[in-house]
Design a protein around this ligand. Structure first.
Ligand SMILES: [Zn+2]
Length: 425
């Protein structure tokens, strides 16, 4: 923030160089000990460095995003859920925004951001680039084209079904296929756009939306499913986003940081609850009751959505780690991507499970969803550990395997690391 002192020089920089990629630039990123500091990084994909536009992300500023049930335009054609992507974008993005422009001072071949927003935008672009690198790795040889030219609305005004605009957040809005970084108001820690795990989490939402939700801005099940099926879909999306966000942090010199939210969020309880490496992640009776009974609206507004997501993420982390440390975790990152979308009749993916149950939501449940993930793990020992973790932490109906509800699980069963809950009434 002290760099704001340099802002008065910005006017001198109108003719500052706009070097081609790769560009050496200072950003706020984790240093070798994991603390956020000004560090030199390289942007490898910027086509227009000053405007922060490149093959991975394109930043725009001054956008205005409004979702309002009373907006007549948003009620045309039966509402935004019935519109094409283009129509929906048109009626929700009230101001399409304009190019951003960073201000830099060059020092010995390294570009130094000259004001706060330039620090923030450069760091954000870097984080999108690293997130892309991560997914390039876990897509296992398939280019993640859907994660190219990701549209980023920087410092946008976003009012989404509420009376006040959103602050202190970074979001992926699938219904307009855009990332939105909103201004901060209360936050005093590392801005979310500068937090590499947070951007990794948001990029993971885009990957999930593209593959599992068939790239639909508003998938039909989001308006038709209720209680546990809807809740599981949202928790799965959030939990896997935290699991991949954690994966992105592993690319940095400081190594993997499962509590990456701690750098940005002051709510210690929330940070701890979402730590993918927590060993005490267990379904309890309150959470189970909330999961089975909450309405979609209650679920997306509460923290239980993240809690159930964390049970899934922690199961993945613990299974991978128990099998072979970071390597085991990496195997599961790749298995997940394969599980997202798989046309094969023997091992259908989550997308296929979703699509074949548009009107039979009861078949999208904890057992069927975790079974699809397990079915995409090739190492038998890792499969077994994952079944054990899922069964123990999520209190699945399958306490011992083989179990007809989870045919992908080899012989094995629940452990006693979570208190056993009474059977569901
Ligand atoms: Zn999220």
């Amino acid at each position: 923030m002290k760099r704001l002192l340099l802002a008065p020089f910005a006017a001198l920089l109108a003719c500052a160089p706009n070097p081609p990629a790769p560009v050496k630039v200072m950003a706020l990123a984790p240093n070798e000990s994991g603390a956020y500091a000004t560090v030199q990084v390289e942007l490898k994909t910027v086509a227009n460095f000053a405007n922060l536009k490149g093959s991975v992300a394109e930043l725009m500023g001054g956008n205005r995003v409004v979702v309002d049930a009373n907006d007549p335009l948003q009620n045309l054609n039966g509402g935004i859920a019935n519109m094409t992507d283009e129509q929906r974008y048109e009626v929700i993005v009230k101001d399409k925004g304009a190019d951003v422009r960073g201000n830099f001072i060059e020092q010995g071949g390294v570009m130094w951001p000259a004001d706060f927003h330039t620090w923030n935008m450069v760091s954000a672009y870097y984080n999108f680039e690293r997130s892309y690198d991560y997914f390039l790795g876990v897509y296992d040889g398939v280019e993640p084209t859907e994660l190219q030219k990701m549209r980023v609305m920087y410092w946008a005004y976003a009012r989404i079904g509420t009376s006040e605009p959103s602050t202190d957040n970074a979001l992926y809005l699938s219904f307009i296929k855009s990332f939105v970084i909103v201004p901060f108001a209360q936050q005093k820690l590392v801005p979310l756009a500068m937090n590499i795990g947070v951007i990794g989490h948001e990029v993971a939402h885009k990957s999930f939306n593209f593959k599992v939700m068939a790239d639909q801005g508003i998938h039909p099940v989001l308006t038709t499913w209720s209680t546990s099926s809807f809740n599981l879909l949202k928790s799965l999306d959030e939990g896997l986003a935290d699991f991949h966000g954690f994966g992105v942090t592993c690319l940095e010199p400081a190594g993997c940081r499962s509590n990456f939210l701690a750098a940005s969020l002051s709510d210690d309880t929330l940070v701890r609850m979402r730590d993918v490496a927590r060993t005490d992640a267990c379904m309890d009776e309150n959470l189970r009751s909330s999961f089975f009974n909450s309405t979609p609206d209650q679920w997306v507004r509460g923290t239980d959505m993240y809690k159930v997501g964390n049970l899934i993420a922690a199961s993945l982390y613990q299974a991978g780690n128990r099998r072979s440390g970071d390597q085991g975790v990496q195997q599961l990152q790749k298995a997940l991507i394969k599980a997202y979308d798989d046309e094969s009749p023997q091992t259908p993916g989550l997308r296929q499970l979703l699509n074949s149950n548009l009107n039979t939501q009861q078949y999208w449940n904890l057992e069927s969803v975790t079974n699809v993930i397990v079915a995409h793990v090739t190492d038998p020992e890792l499969k077994k550990l994952l079944c054990t973790e899922f069964s123990t932490r999520l209190q699945l109906k399958c306490g011992a395997f083989p179990c007809p509800d989870m045919p992908a699980c080899p012989v094995g069963g629940r452990e006693n690391s979570c208190p056993l809950l009474p059977p569901l009434p």
